[in-house]
Design a protein around this ligand. Structure first.
Ligand SMILES: [Fe+2]
Length: 177
């Protein structure tokens, strides 16, 4: 089962337009906030690290939020149009700088359907990693827009997942209820 989600063409084009237009601002926001470089980021995203650490709701990360920028509202409206009968809520808008990561976690405290749009200028340099049937699956991002839809469960089996990037990666997260 893939977690990839195909956006309708017109949504994709519109999202690309909005992101490209606001790209510099989103990265500038990180420069102002001062992102940390984490040399051993990749070591924190291994199955070994997950099985030897006592993680529950990990928030090991060096990503930077760009929540306040106007782009967030525009993208949220675009996604809401895709699910007219459901409530779309923004769950986080983040820039992962090179060596950016978000450690293993489950989001079990907020079970719902999740949609993520990500943006990067380089293919195969950043990824969404998750565990499915006890196997680690690393889904590398495409160049430009990548879209994923998956269910976060409040009961076992939980959806353990993490994110890593060796390049600039923008992430737009939504809950759909
Ligand atoms: Fe998550």
């Amino acid at each position: 089962m893939s977690i990839r989600f195909d956006l309708p063409d017109e949504t994709k084009i519109e999202a690309e337009k909005i992101i490209e237009k606001n790209y510099r601002d989103m990265l500038l926001n990180t420069r102002i906030a001062g992102a940390k470089t984490v040399k051993d980021w990749a070591d924190k995203l291994t199955l070994e690290y997950l099985s030897t650490s006592n993680l529950s709701i990990s928030n090991e990360t060096n990503m930077v939020s760009f929540e306040g920028l106007g782009v967030t509202q525009q993208i949220t409206q675009l996604i809401q149009k895709l699910f007219p009968k459901q409530v779309v809520r923004a769950t986080g808008f983040f820039h992962y700088p090179p060596t950016g990561y978000m450690g293993w976690h489950t989001n079990r405290n907020d079970p719902c359907k999740r949609l993520y749009l990500t943006w990067t200028n380089e293919a195969d340099k950043s990824f969404f990693r998750y565990i499915k049937d006890e196997k680690v699956i690393t889904d590398y991002d495409d160049k430009g827009l990548t879209s994923r839809l998956f269910e976060v469960t409040g009961e076992p089996p939980f959806l353990w997942h993490c994110v890593g990037s060796e390049t600039d990666r923008l992430s737009f997260g939504f809950s759909i209820r």
